[in-house]
Design a protein around this ligand. Structure first.
Ligand SMILES: Cc1ncc(COP(=O)(O)O)c(C=O)c1O
Length: 385
């Protein structure tokens, strides 16, 4: 075990560094489904790759260390990680979720888990009273994202965790938008962190993966059982790619955020912009909470154009920024939450929470900020009715 605690160093040297067998500096890709056993007695450390694979184990140790948890778990997608965590609960249990939670999370709860008797409710988490008023005797967990997709709604994680603890229920935080480099929910009192590692952790839009980290050993044991029993594990090659992506997280995030802050300040003053959602801008919803619980505002920006601009034309006119689902890669992406990421949320629910048809979401990449501003500027011009 190393003795470094600065995040930039832990990202590179954390978890299991290299390979003790050959002293290679990178963890090898153990592309195997099974391992030779020497005798019938006992359980060797490695026996079957669903249960454990050394490349995946290195990634799992790394994310556990980065989030400050007891154990990490790698899955085939962010949704597989969230699904495994939801399998900690049973029929009759109830889960409270934050407004603007990722559409896929809403969908798996409302179209899959509800058939097994696990119910959920989207609630306002802006105060202890609003949360407490929705807690019933069968409420078992609160699941939140902060900042939440796509309006960048900031939730006070410590406040939610305190309320949850007082009622003996778990706090689960989807930390995809922040990563442990910008925000550490377990230190704020959460019990479980989940990630779509497809995004910033992978960082290059070349893999789909999910991670979960537990704070205490008992939860870790239960989640390890579920991971092995249900089997949605990440393969060795994608585990390797994710370890490789995580090594550069600090430098990438610093540039993502530098660009995002510059673009947000520019958009904030632009006459064509009706509203901008970016928690790193003074005056934004949750700005003070964000400052307290995270390193900065991250690199996701949403905005609405004034009515005299046509959102469809804006997307069509973009040249450098790609119109695409997903986020967190080195390249900038734009998306239309109402028809893309949040299409699985019914229109009436979408509108109630503010996801209008004119909302545009930008995942700010690490290109030169001036090139990004020039592209968005020309697309705004081209979209004028
Ligand atoms: C915040 C958040 N959580 C979870 C997911 C699901 O992750 P995946 O697409 O890796 O299954 C996403 C995907 O966009 C997301 O944005």
């Amino acid at each position: 075990m190393h003795q470094f605690d600065k995040p930039e160093t832990v990202l590179i040297h954390g978890g299991i560094f290299g390979d003790p067998l050959t002293r290679s500096v990178n963890v090898p890709i153990y592309q195997t489904s099974t391992f030779q056993q020497t005798a019938l007695e006992g359980h060797p450390q490695w026996e079957y790759a669903r249960t454990g694979n050394p490349t995946r184990a290195a990634l799992e140790a790394l994310i556990a260390e980065l989030e400050g948890g007891t154990a990490g778990f790698a899955f085939g997608s962010g949704m597989a990680a969230i699904t495994a965590v939801l399998q900690l609960f049973q029929s009759g249990d109830r889960i409270l979720i934050s407004t603007n939670v990722y559409g896929g999370t809403y969908r798996v709860l409302n179209k899959v888990f509800n058939a097994f008797g696990l119910s959920s409710e989207m609630i306002d988490m802006s105060s202890a009273e609003s949360i407490e008023s929705r807690i019933t005797p069968d409420t078992r967990a609160i699941l939140l994202e902060s900042p939440a997709n796509p309006l960048m709604t900031v939730t006070d994680i410590a406040l939610v965790a305190n309320v949850a603890k007082a009622h003996g229920i778990l706090t689960i935080v989807d930390n995809t938008f922040m990563t442990p480099y910008l925000q550490k929910p377990l230190e704020l009192g959460a019990d479980i962190v989940v990630h779509s590692a497809t995004k910033y952790l992978g960082g290059h839009s070349d893999l789909v993966a999910g991670l979960a980290v537990t704070k205490d050993a008992a939860l870790a044991e239960r989640l390890a059982f579920i991971q092995n029993a249900t089997g949605g594990v990440l393969g060795p090659f994608d585990s390797f790619l994710l370890i490789r992506g995580i090594k550069t997280l600090a430098v990438r995030m610093d540039r993502h955020v530098e660009n995002a802050e510059r673009i947000a300040r520019w958009l904030g003053k632009h006459p064509a912009i009706k509203h901008i959602y970016y928690p790193g801008l003074e005056g934004a919803q949750g700005y003070d909470i964000q400052k307290r619980q995270a390193k900065n505002g991250g690199a996701m920006i949403s905005f609405e154009l004034q009515p005299e601009y046509d959102t469809r034309e804006f997307f069509k006119a973009l040249k450098l920024v790609s119109l695409a689902e997903s986020l967190g890669g080195v390249e900038s992406l734009a998306c239309h939450p109402a028809t893309m990421t949040h299409a699985s949320i019914p229109k009436n629910v979408r509108e109630r929470v503010g996801i209008t048809d004119s909302l545009i979401r930008l995942s700010v990449g690490i290109e030169h900020a001036e090139d990004l501003i020039a592209d968005v500027e020309q697309a705004i011009e081209a979209s004028k009715r």
